[in-house]
Design a protein around this ligand. Structure first.
Ligand code: ADP
Ligand code: MG
Length: 457
């Protein structure tokens, strides 16, 4: 068998084990430049590569694959060496393989470059995103958009409180699209940044550049759109950008801390555009999700946290952002002091004055006061006999907090809440526990009452 035939059959085998893009990138112009026979069943095959870059990549990644394939084709033991040479058989068609033949740039490199150009935040991928009932809908919508940008839900509008994972999910869409097509022009931008760029462009009379940049985007990820509120010139430009991208078949994804109808001073034509797509919300994460987030974040840092410790932290800290902050502190404390990550360390850090702000209510009076304040009721209404929903829900939330946070006995709670019997208390606690993960009004109310999501954290 001549060298060319051997090489062709070898590459036919190699081709089965690597992606088409990699195959054509690395092997399209390779050839056998020499075969040195050592013994009957041993030989050295010298492989010609057109550049040193190709040579070192092939040598590093594919030597053993090539060796196995050569052994299979020749029935001999082959050793491989490499040389840098132009392919003398290049013009012959028989060695041409795929349409990607000319591409010398590896798909991985292209992807990395695209991620950088798109300004995506590292590690905010679907693989690192945990799903539960509080974000299931948003996740499903985001996955659908990532699979079929520009067609399924356009625009996709994701809203929810601070730290619930809006940015993460939005960026994950960008990653997924680029993974499937690194040539897609994806761009992530914060509403604030978008705003200041337009204002700057108007000031320096460079709006054309701005327009070119944004209007040629195929997938625009605009984060925290509420920053556009009240800024007429910015909204005007966004409206045109929006229309151009959509007209060209592109995809728009937006996030906000509130639904479109609650964004004050938003032009009606924009609002109606937003409402023409899909609007999904994410509620604050439940206990299971917080545990999962903690485990994911720890794993990303190469740390294994025992399940009971993860659950302990998740039960104490409600905001995913603070969970991550706490984790960093925990890891650094454990490594600098050389102590294990255990319950003692967790309690130690949570208890510190400048540690995480967790919920330590002083008394039931304090909780009653906070609930009255939040729901705009007086104490008599909250603890009284009124049966309207406006009163019943806050009352049940009160019983829930007294039970879950102060761990008071049912009878005692009944006594505090206007002399009710323990089955009423039990029923209320059960009801709120069941609703907490699905009902945004309740979960948000709880968060606010417990001071976990003041707008500045
Ligand atoms: P938002 O944009 O809603 O304020 P982020 O997307 O910035 O929230 O999320 C805050 C932090 O919590 C990030 O580190 C993010 O990775 C993490 N996070 C939130 N939700 C999830 C989730 N479901 N799975 C994994 N990490 C999450
Ligand atoms: Mg965000």
């Amino acid at each position: 068998m001549d060298a060319q035939r051997i090489w062709k059959q070898t590459l036919d085998i190699v081709r089965l084990s690597i992606s088409e893009a990699n195959f054509s990138t690395w092997f399209s112009n390779t050839f056998i430049s020499e075969i040195k026979i050592l013994e009957d069943d041993k030989q050295i095959v010298e492989i010609g590569c057109p550049s040193s870059f190709l040579r070192s990549t092939i040598e590093e990644r594919y030597t053993s694959l090539l060796q196995d394939a050569l052994n299979q084709v020749t029935g001999k033991k082959n050793n491989i060496s490499f040389t840098i040479k132009q392919n003398p058989y290049k013009t012959k068609n028989e060695l041409q393989f795929s349409p990607l033949f000319n591409s010398q740039i590896n798909k991985d490199e292209l992807f990395e470059k695209a991620v950088k150009n798109a300004h995506l935040i590292p590690a905010y991928t679907f693989e690192n995103f945990a799903v539960s009932s509080t974000n299931q809908m948003a996740w499903a919508a985001a996955s659908a958009v990532a699979k079929n940008p520009g067609s399924s839900y356009n625009p996709l509008f994701i809203w929810g409180g601070v730290g619930v994972g809006k940015t993460h999910l939005m960026v994950a869409i960008g990653y997924e699209i680029l993974k499937n097509n690194p040539n897609c022009r994806v761009f992530y931008c914060m509403g604030e940044e978008f705003t200041s760029q337009i204002i700057e462009a108007i000031k320096t009379k460079t709006t054309n550049e701005f327009k070119r940049k944004y209007r040629s985007t195929q997938v625009l990820l605009l984060d925290d759109i509420q920053f556009l509120a009240g800024k007429t010139a910015v909204q005007e430009e966004f409206f045109h950008t929006f229309n151009t991208i959509q007209r060209e078949g592109g995809q728009i994804v937006m996030t906000s801390d509130r639904p479109p109808e609650d964004i004050q001073r938003l032009e009606e034509r924009l609002r109606s555009r937003f409402e023409g797509g899909l609007i999904v919300d994410i509620s604050p994460p439940d206990f299971e999700l917080r545990t999962a987030i903690l485990l994911i974040k720890a794993k990303q840092r190469g740390i294994q946290i025992p399940m009971n410790i993860a659950q302990l932290i998740a039960s104490k800290i409600e905001s995913p952002r603070k969970i991550e902050g706490f984790l960093i502190k925990l890891i650094s404390e454990s490594t600098t002091k050389g102590i294990p990550i255990d319950e003692n360390l967790v309690f130690d850090l949570i208890g510190k004055p400048n540690g995480e702000k967790t919920f330590h209510p002083v008394s039931h009076q304090e909780i009653i006061r906070k609930i009255c304040e939040y729901y705009n009721l007086n104490k008599k209404q909250l603890l009284g006999e009124g049966r309207s929903r406006k009163l019943v829900l806050p009352r049940q939330i009160l019983m829930y907090i007294l039970r879950k946070e102060l761990k008071l006995p049912l009878e005692e709670i009944g006594r505090i809440v206007g002399g009710r019997d323990h089955t009423t208390v039990m029923h209320a606690v059960e009801k709120i526990s069941n609703l907490i993960s699905t009902n945004k009004e309740i979960s948000e109310g709880l968060m606010r009452i417990k001071n976990f999501s003041s707008p500045n954290n």
